[in-house]
Design a protein around this ligand. Sequence first.
Ligand code: GLP
Length: 242
Amino acid sequence: IFASSDIACKYVADTIITKINQFQPTADKPFVLGLPTGSSPEPVYKYIREAYSQGKVSFKHVVTFNMDEYVGLGIESDQSYHYFMYKHLFNHIDIPKENINILNGHTDNIEAECARYEQKIKDIGGIHLFLGGIGPNGHIAFNEAGSSADSVTRQISLADSTIKANSRFFASPELVPRSALTVGIATVLASEEVIILAFGPAKAKAVKHSLVDEISSSCPGSFMRLHKHCEFVMDESAASEY
Ligand code: GLP
């Protein structure tokens, strides 16, 4: 629990950079990082960009997998998670394009796209560190309530509350896609390490349910307690009911 989200994000950026550097990745042995979108990780990306520009880290041998993507938005759409990731991180660091993995929400074969993604994560040997956020209703990536602990990458219908929460990025709530592709809870739990960001009072209930209440699919965030090495990084307001 940190005094502010900014201090928390600096801690998370420093943690990621330290882990990459300690790992000493090479072309044959890349560091594999799972990444989220949303407002919570934005300062993390800012601090990573800064560290990169100061020569403190290289992403030449880092492979990334993003958590989720809206269905129906092309990569050129400024609401797509593709667009977000290039804008906030990938355009500013030395990661090779072929090392970047983001679900294609514009595919005409969703099932094949999800299976391909899940398999690619397995083939590379899994994710070393999965960074994620949490929705006000406790969703992780786009795993809404009802998602099971053994869920894998798939298409999901978005909850009304998620559409409402995410409508702040769109001109109107009607423009928010009704479904998305998301890695599953099992995909996240299979990572060596997980960090979940939660900032602001709107996340307090989801944090309490995730960390204190019963582990259940009514709050997918609670499944993170099944992981041996999962850290919730919060500011005081998100932790206020914890
Ligand atoms: C979206 C994303 C999630 C993210 C959540 C919280 O629904 N699909 O991956 O964790 O928003 O985002 P924010 O950090 O903006 O509150």
